[in-house]
Design a protein around this ligand. Structure first.
Ligand SMILES: Cc1cc2nc3c(=O)[nH]c(=O)nc-3n(C[C@H](O)[C@H](O)[C@H](O)COP(=O)(O)OP(=O)(O)OC[C@H]3O[C@@H](n4cnc5c(N)ncnc54)[C@H](O)[C@@H]3O)c2cc1C
Length: 511
C-alpha cells in the first residue's frame, strides 16, 4: 500500500474518531478543557472589574469610551455608510445559543464598556455600562446591602443584552421585566450623537429601546433602580399535583404581593413544585441551605426531591445564592453535556469549576453539534398571559414534552413599545421556559416551533428573541407592536444604519 494513502486514511479515521468523541462523548472535552478554561476566564473578568471599581477610574474612562464610539459611528458615516452597523462583541461571547451571521458583514462598532459606574443610594439608582454582567452587579450591590429588584439569573447575562433583548426573574410579578426597572438609557444614535432618554425626556425613544436588539442605537449606559437587600431568602417549596391545581396555585401565588419571589418548576404534565419566597435578615439556623456551594445538589434536582418526597418545606438561602440558583446547572442544560455532573463525587471534586462558560461551549461546538442542537434540542421562552397558562402547558406538552418547564410570573405594564398587554391595564403574564430534548416522536424543529409560535400569537403572547424564531416577517409584526419602533427608525435615520430587528433575529440571520 502506498504510504501516502495509508497516512491519509489514518488521518481521516483519526479525525472521524475525534469528531465522534467530540459529539457523542462531549463531556470528555468539556471536563478536560472547557472547565479549567472557564475558571481562568471568570477569575480574570472578576479581578478586572473589582480593580477598576476600587480605583474609581471607571467614570473618567467612561466619557472617553463614549467619545470613541461616537468617533467610530461618524467615521462609518464619512466612509459612506456602506453597510449596517452592529456591536463588535463576537457572537460566541453572548448567552444566546445562536451566532448572528451579520457580525461578518456589518460594520462592527467596538463597545468595550463593562463597568459599574456609580451606586447612588440616595436616588436608589445604579449607573452601569452595557457589558456589566449580572454576576458582577450582584457581587458589588449585595455586598453593600443593595440589589436590583429584578435580577436575571445567569452570571453572564449583560445589562446591554437585558435592555435590548429582555430579562426576567422570580420577582417580576411585582416589578415587571428588566426594562421596567430601568429609569434611563444613554445611547449613541445613527448620526453619532449622544442622547439620554427617560420616562420624561425623549420618552418615545425610552419606550422603544427594549426588545429593539440594538437597531435604534448603541446603548452606552443605563440607570437602573436598586432596592435594599436582606441577607436571606426564606423559600417555601410546595409540591402540587394535577394541571388545573398547579395553574390555580401558581396564579394565586403570583397575585399575592406578600411573596417577593415566585417560581414554578413543572416536572410532568401534572406535577410541579411551586416556590414562594421573602427576603429576611434572620434565618433559623437549622433550616439554612447554602445551595450555591459547589458540592450541593443542582437546584432543580433539590427542588424535585420535594415532589418525590411529597412534602412541603421551608429553607433559608443566602440572597446571592438564591439569585444564581440555576447558574451551576445552566437551569437543566448541563445534564445533557455532563450527564454525571450532579453525582456527589463529581460535585465534591470538580463542582467548583462548574458551569463551563456558555460562550466557550458555543465557540467549540462545531458544525455537527450545532446541527444536532438545532434539530433535537429546544431552548425557548414564551411569554403568555397568565389566564392562558393551562392551555399553554397543554400545547407545550403536545408539541415538545420537555420537562422540567420553568414557570416565572411577571407583571406586564401597558405601554407603546414592542411588548405590552392588549389593553390599557397592566396584566399578569408568565414566562414558560423550555430547555432540553423534546420527548415526542413527531418533533420537527421548524414545524413544531411554528405551531407553538402561532399559539403564542393567538393568545397575545411574546417569544423571547434570543431563541430560534421561525415566524415570517408578517407574523413577527403581528406578535410585536411595531408602530413606535418603525416611526422612530424613520425619524432617527436608523433605516440606513441598522437592520430591522426581524432581520437580525430571524432564523435565516443566525447559525
Ligand atoms: C441558556 C440561556 C439561559 C438564559 N437565562 C435567562 C435568565 O435566567 N433570565 C433571563 O431573563 N433571560 C435568560 N436568557 C435570555 C436572555 O435574557 C437573552 O439572551 C438576553 O438578550 C441577554 O443575553 P446577552 O447578555 O448575552 O446579550 P446579547 O445576546 O449580547 O444581546 C442581545 C441583543 O442586544 C443587543 N445589544 C447588546 N448590547 C448592546 C449595546 N450596548 N447596544 C446596542 N445593542 C446591544 C445585541 O446586538 C443583541 O441583539 C437565557 C438565554 C439562554 C440562551
Amino acid at each position: 500500500i502506498n504510504p501516502l494513502i495509508f497516512l491519509h486514511r489514518s488521518l481521516l479515521s483519526l479525525v472521524r474518531g475525534l469528531d465522534y468523541v467530540l459529539v457523542h462523548q462531549r463531556w470528555i472535552f468539556v471536563c478536560l478543557f472547557l472547565l479549567p478554561l472557564s475558571v481562568v476566564f471568570d477569575v480574570y473578568y472578576y479581578v478586572r472589574a473589582w480593580l477598576i471599581f476600587k480605583m474609581c477610574s471607571a467614570p473618567k474612562l467612561h466619557d472617553q469610551r463614549v467619545r470613541d464610539i461616537q468617533r467610530q459611528v461618524r467615521e462609518w458615516k464619512k466612509e459612506g455608510s456602506k453597510s449596517f452597523m452592529c456591536t463588535g462583541r463576537p457572537g460566541w461571547l453572548t448567552v444566546s445559543l445562536r451566532v448572528g451571521k451579520y457580525k461578518k458583514t456589518h460594520k462592527n462598532i467596538m463597545i468595550n464598556m463593562m463597568d459599574i459606574l456609580e451606586v447612588d443610594t440616595k436616588r436608589q439608582v445604579v449607573r452601569v455600562e452595557p457589558l456589566a454582567n449580572m454576576g458582577q452587579v450582584t457581587a458589588l450591590l449585595n455586598s453593600i446591602g443593595w440589589t436590583l429588584p429584578v435580577l436575571p439569573e445567569l452570571d453572564d447575562l449583560t445589562v446591554g443584552g437585558l435592555v435590548m433583548g429582555t430579562g426576567i426573574e422570580s420577582s417580576s410579578h411585582i416589578y415587571g421585566l428588566f426594562q421596567h426597572i430601568c429609569v434611563a438609557f444613554e445611547l449613541v444614535l445613527a448620526d453619532g450623537s449622544l442622547v439620554r432618554c427617560t420616562e420624561d425626556e425623549n420618552s418615545d425613544l425610552f419606550h422603544a429601546v427594549p426588545w429593539s436588539c440594538g437597531t435604534l442605537g448603541f446603548l452606552v449606559a443605563a440607570e437602573i433602580k436598586i432596592i435594599p437587600a436582606k441577607a436571606w431568602v426564606k423559600l417555601r417549596y410546595e409540591p402540587v399535583r394535577g394541571l388545573e391545581n398547579i395553574c390555580k396555585r401558581f396564579t394565586e401565588a403570583s397575585q399575592n404581593k406578600q411573596n417577593a419571589f415566585v417560581e414554578g418548576l413543572q416536572y410532568s404534565l401534572d406535577s410541579a413544585v411551586i416556590m414562594t419566597g421573602t427576603m429576611t435578615d434572620h434565618a433559623e439556623p437549622n433550616k439554612v441551605n447554602r445551595i450555591g456551594l459547589h458540592f450541593k445538589p443542582w437546584f432543580f434536582k433539590h427542588v424535585e426531591s420535594y415532589l418525590s418526597g411529597d412534602y412541603t418545606g421551608v429553607e433559608y438561602i443566602p440572597l446571592r445564592q438564591y439569585y444564581h440558583r440555576h447558574t451551576r446547572s445552566i437551569f437543566w442544560e448541563l445534564q445533557d453535556i455532563i450527564p454525571f455532573g450532579n453525582n456527589p463525587v463529581f460535585r465534591w471534586l470538580f463542582g467548583w469549576m462548574v458551569p463551563p462558560k456558555i460562550s466557550l461551549l458555543k465557540l467549540t461546538q462545531g458544525e455537527t453539534i450545532r446541527r444536532l442542537y438545532e434539530q433535537h434540542h429546544v431552548v425557548q421562552d414564551m411569554l403568555i398571559p397568565m389566564k392562558h397558562l393551562q392551555a399553554a402547558i397543554m400545547q407545550f406538552h403536545q408539541e415538545i414534552s420537555v420537562y422540567p418547564l420553568w414557570l416565572c410570573p411577571f407583571l406586564l405594564q401597558p405601554g407603546r413599545g414592542m411588548v405590552h398587554p392588549k389593553g390599557q391595564q397592566e396584566e399578569l403574564y408568565v414566562d414558560i421556559g423550555s430547555y432540553g430534548e423534546p420527548r415526542v416522536k413527531h418533533f420537527e424543529a421548524k414545524a413544531s416551533t411554528r405551531r407553538l409560535e402561532k399559539f403564542v400569537r393567538d393568545v397575545h403572547g411574546f417569544q423571547m428573541l434570543y431563541a430560534d424564531v421561525y415566524m415570517d416577517r408578517e407574523e413577527f409584526w403581528e406578535m410585536f407592536d411595531g408602530r413606535l419602533y418603525h416611526r422612530l427608525r424613520e425619524e432617527l435615520g436608523c433605516k440606513e444604519a441598522f437592520p430591522e430587528v426581524y432581520d437580525k433575529i430571524c432564523k435565516s440571520a443566525r447559525h
